[in-house]
Design a protein around this ligand. Structure first.
Ligand code: URP
Ligand code: ZN
Ligand code: ZN
Ligand code: ZN
Length: 484
């Protein structure tokens, strides 16, 4: 059985040209003029692009006393609906928990995925067991990225000595560390002071996490990565302070990547002020939305190449879940949705406005991250042999974003009422049509785990735990898998 995508214009990260695409099974078999096949998908007036890759999602994640409400079923359905064909979730071990055991918990959840997925492993505690298991994670489990939270003090936050040790281990294994860069100590102090002064509403969340906490942590992580001799990926870069650190590091020859979110690019801090409690709380996430000057910096970074990827950090909580933080903003579950809207929003606010070219759009939604995560050209490419993860993009198709019509399981949408122009006509997941003329025809359980090979190791060998100075033991409570 073959499928031909006919009459469209192929748009990749570097080329724009008219050709048909023939798919056999799960892969692209041929690209050229006048192809024929068993099934024909009409791509007239459309752009044929690599499906989107969202490298930052939290599906059914135990966090802040609850679980994020989109699971691998609804989350990946939402992804495909908006043209995204692969997501990367974060596996979060509890303190003391084996990384391998945590992975099997994640495998139990991800079996329902409609599209392909992969995992980053989070370093949520540190010890000899973690040191040893990191090798299994990289060499046997197909995971080459380790996430470090510099915020969420008392829960997920790692200390600098732990981070330095883990980064060195990454260097040796050919893995790449990632950081959530916010100074968790300062955030905790500002939060306590705001609460003590009676500022308990959602707007205080923004006051507790000014751009400086992000800039400081980004600089610190960059320097620690440099000393460990390893590249670094900074997730949810939201402001000029961290973008400037990334830009400077890259200019100095350090291999550092930055990932703005579609939310930070298109929504600003006014979402928190003079708004009703629910409106503001639904938009509580870390880092918070910033002012227009920071947004301009992020857009400029995407144009200049100092920022490489647009993600969502999709971590969706219902209004009821958000309301558990009424009277204490530090208890509002942190996170917003965006998985379904990332591509249409970026097209509308990026390509249609002239800020990004179509090729840059493909680069920042798919190809760049496929290369960074070492899955290119299996993913992120329209090439013979690549997985047929493809979006047939209709630049004239319009809709108004609404929670009423979304795939996501939550009861609101942070982009509610925004008009987007540019939507999938078809989305294909490994050759299977998942969205057909706007209708969902995807299949639960079709998604497969995508293993990612290690990078060429760059660090000096640290083959035993004893070669590292064992960092002090840090007590943590309130950790994810326990549901606290
Ligand atoms: O507020 C956020 N970003 N929630 C999800 C967890 C994280 O920090 O990425
Ligand atoms: Zn984060
Ligand atoms: Zn996140
Ligand atoms: Zn299938």
């Amino acid at each position: 059985m073959s499928t031909v995508i006919k009459g469209g214009t192929i748009v990749t990260a570097d080329l724009t040209y008219k050709a048909d695409v023939k798919i056999e099974g799960e892969r692209i078999a041929e690209i050229g003029p006048d192809l024929s096949g068993d099934t024909v998908l009409d791509a007239a007036e459309c752009f044929v692009m690599p499906g989107g890759i969202d490298p930052h999602v939290h599906l059914e994640m135990p966090f802040m006393g609850t679980y994020s409400s989109d699971d691998f079923e609804s989350g990946t359905r939402a992804a495909l609906s908006g043209g995204t064909t692969m997501v990367v979730d974060f596996c979060l071990p509890s303190p003391g928990q084996s990384l391998i055991e945590a992975l099997s918990m994640w495998d139990n959840k991800s079996g329902r995925a409609h599209c392909d997925y992969s995992y980053h492993m989070a370093i949520t505690w540190w010890g000899e067991q973690v040191f040893d298991e990191m090798e299994t994670v990289v060499k046997e489990k197909g995971i080459n990225t380790f996430k470090h939270f510099m915020a969420y003090k008392g829960a997920l936050m790692v200390q600098d000595d732990e981070m330095y040790a883990s980064f060195q281990r990454c260097a040796e294994l050919g893995a790449m560390p990632m950081v959530h860069a916010e100074n968790g100590d300062v955030v905790a102090d500002l939060s306590a002071k705001l609460l003590a002064a009676g500022n308990n509403g959602p707007e205080a969340h923004a006051y507790s996490r000014p751009p400086q906490v992000e800039g400081e942590a980004t600089n610190r992580a960059i320097m620690i990565a440099d000393m460990a001799g390893v590249p670094l990926y900074v997730v949810h870069t939201s402001c000029e302070d961290s973008h400037e650190a990334i830009r400077r590091a890259r200019q100095q020859g350090k291999r550092v990547y930055g990932e703005p979110l579609i939310q930070h690019l298109t929504l600003d801090e006014s979402e928190y002020f003079d708004k009703d409690w629910d409106h503001a709380a639904r938009r509580v996430m870390s880092p918070p939305f910033r002012n227009k000057a920071h947004q301009d910096s992020l857009w400029a970074g995407l144009q200049a190449g100092s920022l490489q990827v647009v993600a969502t950090d999709h971590c969706a909580f219902t209004t009821d879940q958000k309301r558990t933080g009424m009277g204490d903003f530090t208890k509002i579950p942190n996170g917003t949705g965006g998985l379904e809207d990332r591509m249409p929003m970026l097209w509308t606010y990026g390509v249609a406005t002239g800020r990004l070219t179509m090729n840059e759009f493909v680069a920042v939604t798919s190809t760049n991250i496929a290369k960074i995560l070492n899955v290119y050209p299996k993913k992120g490419a329209i090439l013979v042999g690549a997985d047929a993860d493809i979006v047939v993009w209709d630049p004239e198709k319009e809709k108004t974003i609404s929670a009423k019509t979304q795939q996501s399981a939550i009861d609101y949408n942070v982009f509610e009422g925004k008009k987007v122009k540019g939507l999938p006509r078809f989305t294909l997941s490994r050759g299977k049509v998942a969205v057909s003329d706007g209708d969902m025809v995807s299949e639960e359980g079709h998604g497969k785990f995508v293993a990612r090979e290690p990078f060429q190791a760059v660090g000096k060998a640290l083959s035993t735990w004893k070669e590292l100075t064992a960092p002090r033991k840090v007590e943590r409570t309130g950790i994810p898998a326990s549901g606290v």
